[in-house]
Design a protein around this ligand. Structure first.
Ligand SMILES: Cc1cc2nc3c(=O)[nH]c(=O)nc-3n(C[C@H](O)[C@H](O)[C@H](O)COP(=O)(O)OP(=O)(O)OC[C@H]3O[C@@H](n4cnc5c(N)ncnc54)[C@H](O)[C@@H]3O)c2cc1C
Length: 431
């Protein structure tokens, strides 16, 4: 059965969220600092009553199942909600589903022990603390088999040594999830493990924080980190020893599709501004909207957004169906590849139609362009996701005749003539 509609009860929730984000949350983006900085008492006080309203609407932590404090609506409904929340920097925190905490919570929920959940997951779900996912290294990102950060068992503690790069929000995090080599062996995918490292553990050092685009030092939050003889108790291993790759795939599968959901919100925002500008600005030939060059930008953008949204919603639906990100890896890879392209193309057209204003720092487009490029690199570069997708599509293909292949028209014609010979003859005799 095919159905593209949203059931009325959930649509009512979406309508509430849309109005609430517009009137109560989006204004916060212009006056508050970083949503991950839980030490900002003024910000925490401002958002506390908003979080209560979200909970009352049963829209808190929608990425999680009810036993983990979420709502269990599934990925399709989460996508519809994230299309609204992605408009605002603060909205995901007000709704308890902000990245990277959302992905970190998902793996703590899936792989954590009861003690780990009580100590790390619960305060994360309650929005009391922030977390960090520390995987990429200065000398290896896209290919995790090259990671060198090592954890060695010493009595009842693991001792971690190495460097990590672009560990987002480490400066605000209460704990870090660190991927480290624990074993040797031919299959590098089984040699690494995941650790929960409290941020105040001696030996955890932020060398510096990098920002994206033109972000100044105050807003830079992607840490270059050193782990020097960092000792964590043996029970701070997350999941099984050697299971870090499996955990990372779960973590990043969710992260990628959730980024896609929020990207739709950003792209629509750029598109709406494009429409408004086209209808408002005039040249001596009339409105920008009346020029074919503008109409082409608008038509192309709408098609790009709708195609991307359908691909994403179908992928969300597949995740709900299989209940396993890994089973939908190729579809998530496709979303990941399409996301930065659509983001970039639509924002670039909107920026162009706004002229100098579009390029200025008085409009959101420059930041959006950087964000589009972030989506082409973060959680794995586009090239690697194309590789994943193509490998999956090619896996079960049966090789054909290497000379002319199965689409060769003369060969098909000969085969058809042979197949239909008797019937063609009979039909001719009846004439
Ligand atoms: C804003 C932002 C936030 C991030 N947050 C985190 C975080 O919280 N935690 C974390 O651990 N990491 C984080 N990252 C890091 C991110 O996951 C890595 O940047 C990404 O995996 C790529 O690794 P790299 O930067 O080392 O690039 P490299 O691995 O050096 O790759 C560089 C380029 O080489 C090309 N390339 C690489 N491999 C291939 C291939 N197989 N085929 C073809 N071309 C290839 C691609 O063009 C690629 O962009 C973040 C990155 C960004 C931009």
């Amino acid at each position: 059965m095919w159905d593209f509609s949203t059931e009325p009860e959930f649509q009512a929730k979406l309508d509430w969220a849309d109005a609430f984000v517009r009137s109560e949350v989006e204004p916060l983006d212009h006056v508050l600092g970083d949503p991950y900085d839980k030490s900002d008492a003024r910000a925490m006080r401002l958002i506390a009553p908003l979080k209560e309203q979200v909970r009352a609407q049963r829209l808190w932590a929608c990425h999680l199942t009810p036993e983990h404090g979420g709502q269990g609506y599934g990925q399709v409904k989460l996508a519809l909600l994230n299309e609204i929340l992605g408009r605002s920097r603060w909205a995901p925190s007000v709704f308890g589903c902000q990245a990277p905490d959302s992905g970190n919570a998902e793996i703590l929920a899936k792989y954590g022990t009861a003690e780990q959940k009580a100590r790390y997951l619960q305060p994360l779900l309650d929005g009391e603390i922030s977390s960090c996912y520390s995987m990429t290294e200065p000398l290896a990102g896209a290919d995790p088999t090259l990671f060198t950060t090592r954890a060695v068992l010493d009595g009842d503690h693991w001792v971690i040594n190495g460097e990590k790069w672009f560990s987002s929000n480490a400066r605000y995090a209460s704990f870090l999830l660190v991927m480290a080599v624990t074993d040797d062996g031919p299959d590098r995918h089984r040699t690494m493990s995941m650790f929960i490292v409290p941020a105040d553990t001696p030996g955890v050092e932020i060398i510096r924080d990098a920002g994206v685009g033109t972000e100044g030092a105050d807003h830079s939050s992607h840490a270059y980190l050193r782990y020097r003889d960092v000792r964590v108790p043996a029970d701070h291993l997350l999941g099984a020893r050697g299971a870090a790759f499996e955990i990372a795939q779960t973590r990043l599968g969710g992260g990628r599709i959730h980024h896609g959901m929020r990207t739709i919100a950003q792209v629509r925002r750029a598109f709406d501004l494009m429409l408004e500008r086209a209808a408002s600005r005039t040249t001596r030939h009339g409105r920008l909207a009346d020029l074919q060059a503008t109409q082409e930008k608008i038509a192309d953008s709408w098609i790009d957004i709708e195609q991307f949204r359908l691909l994403l919603l179908r992928t969300a639906w597949l995740i709900d169906k299989h209940d396993d990100y890994r089973a939908v890896r190729k579809d998530i890879a496709a979303v990941k590849v399409a996301m930065p392209r659509v983001f970039h193309d639509v924002v670039q057209r909107a920026m162009q139609l706004h002229g100098a204003l579009g390029i200025s720092n008085e409009m959101p487009f420059s930041a959006m362009m950087v964000e589009a490029q972030v989506m082409a690199v973060a959680d794995g570069p586009t090239e690697v996701h194309k590789w994943t997708l193509a490998k999956s599509l090619l896996r079960d293909v049966v090789p054909g005749d290497p000379k002319f292949g199965s689409g060769h028209l003369p060969t098909l014609r000969d085969a058809a003539r042979e197949h239909l010979a008797a019937r063609l003859e009979a039909a001719a005799a009846d004439l």
